[in-house]
Design a protein around this ligand. Structure first.
Ligand code: SUG
Length: 443
């Protein structure tokens, strides 16, 4: 049975703003306090999805989450009506509220780690929602993510997130790459981590993924240990701003494309992948030297936070990069050389996702890759499948419900809550998610 890779993009929510919430994510810190455009952001995201769909790829969509996340406020002792809670929480705990207003679930690459059915012992598709426990504003995502994935993939095994504890800190597919010969064959799963969870916190920026989390996921997905590789990120990469491995590495089919400083020990990583792929496929490594693209340029321009996709009918892969990669001299020149050669990446296309980029989320962050058989794709919930009709409905919905701009203090306005809930309520009808999908709908 033919299998293909689908991209499920996170639809950008109505409270998209620049909160400066992610230490170690240089773009988030640099753009803190800027005026955002929720409408512009959501439309940019939809355009990317439309372009991928038009190119013949399987494209899916995941709904935004409810913000503010009232269940967390209930848990922290705020009581009364939603409006009373909103006002009291802004007065008593404004930093908490900034976290609970973030639209960060747009970065679907962090939603979960996925293993396709061909890799799992029970022959099922497995998801583990990421606990995202390192960052407060992201740690509130996993419960709703689990609900969302169960709705979209009713046939899959959707696990509980790992314990919300530093030893099991997990950031999902942003630290996971699957390499393979053919999509429907068993592949090699590469799980990248930044620290041993039992060690005390490292100096410098936080390492958000532990080896304990990666190993627990490999076990519960039933991965074949012989075809599973664990690799440590380098300190140099984390401290240069690679808060997730997908800021400096991306892979597809047999090809792994990465910066030479991405991993603590590149030779060990390559040897382990070759051993795991033995007898199934021959891995291809495209390693980019600092002399070609300095790490600082790679991170600023997000060269590696691109989608590496196999376009229908094309032999070589296509890199879907952000406009910032085209604007940076070092990364643009590198792309020219890359595509002029005869390596596995034949084309680079640029997309405008600047609203997300300013928070450190490139084209690859905005999508969750899910390798599916044709039968599985047919069983995906219809409302989560991107079509031109859904695109049209969502564009109209965004234009009706989203603000054109949001200044940092606008998220204190009680109207932003009522507007957002009205928008999400309407969305559950458009995407046929049911009237109990969001916490505010469940009362
Ligand atoms: O977790 N930014 C996100 C960006 C996630 C990018 N995802 C991947 N690399 N796959 C993060 O740091 C910033 C929010 C703010 O500052 O308002 C933020 O959460």
């Amino acid at each position: 049975m033919g299998a293909r890779e689908a991209n499920f993009d996170g639809l950008i929510g109505p409270t998209h703003n620049y909160g400066g919430l992610s230490q170690g994510n240089l773009a988030s810190s640099r753009h803190a306090g800027l005026i955002s455009s929720p409408r512009g952001a959501a439309l940019q995201g939809l355009e990317k999805m439309a372009a991928m769909h038009a190119a013949g790829l399987w494209q899916g969509i995941l709904p935004p989450q409810q913000r503010p996340y009232l269940p967390a406020l209930h848990q922290m002792g705020f009581t009364g009506s939603d409006a009373q809670i909103f006002a009291a929480a802004w007065e008593k705990a404004p930093r908490l509220m900034r976290n609970l207003m973030s639209a960060s679930s747009m970065w679907a690459a962090n939603a979960a780690t996925i293993s396709p059915s061909a890799d799992c012992a029970d022959g099922k598709l497995h998801f583990t929602p990421a606990n995202l426990s390192t960052m407060l504003h992201r740690s509130i995502e996993h419960e709703q993510t689990g609900r969302s994935l169960s709705r979209a993939f009713p046939f899959a095994a959707v696990h509980r997130a790992l314990p919300e504890q530093s030893v099991f800190a997990d950031e999902g597919a942003a630290n996971h790459v699957r390499l393979c010969g053919a999509r429907g064959d068993q592949g090699v799963e590469l799980l990248v981590y930044g620290r041993d969870g039992y060690d005390s916190a490292r100096a410098g920026y936080p390492a958000r993924q532990t080896v304990q989390a990666s190993r627990a996921i490999a076990r519960s997905h039933g991965l074949d240990p012989a075809r599973t590789v664990f690799a440590l990120q380098s300190d140099a990469a984390i401290d240069a701003g690679a808060f997730h491995n997908d800021v400096v590495c991306v892979g597809a089919m047999q090809t792994l494309f990465y910066h030479e400083l991405a991993f603590a020990d590149t030779e060990v990583m390559k040897t382990d992948i070759r051993a795991a792929a033995k007898g199934v496929f021959e891995p291809i490594f495209v390693e980019v030297a600092s002399a070609e693209v300095p790490m600082a340029d790679a991170i600023k321009a997000y060269l590696f936070n691109s989608m590496l996709v196999q376009m229908p009918g094309e032999d070589r892969l296509t890199l879907i990069a952000p406009l910032e990669t085209q604007e940076n001299v070092a990364t643009r020149q590198f792309c020219d050389v890359l595509t002029a050669g005869n390596g596995p990446i034949g084309t680079v296309k640029f997309v405008d996702v600047r609203q997300s980029m300013q928070n450190g989320g490139g084209p690859a962050c905005l999508r969750l890759r899910v390798t599916l058989t044709e039968a599985e794709w047919a069983d995906v919930h219809d409302g989560n499948r991107f079509t031109p009709a859904l695109h049209r409905d969502l564009k109209a919905w965004v234009n009706t419900h989203y603000r054109e701009s949001l200044a940092p203090d606008d998220i204190r306005d009680p109207a932003i809550m009522t507007e957002s809930f009205a928008a999400l309520d309407a969305l559950t009808k458009i995407m046929d998610l049911g009237d109990d999908f969001y916490p505010f709908q469940r009362g």
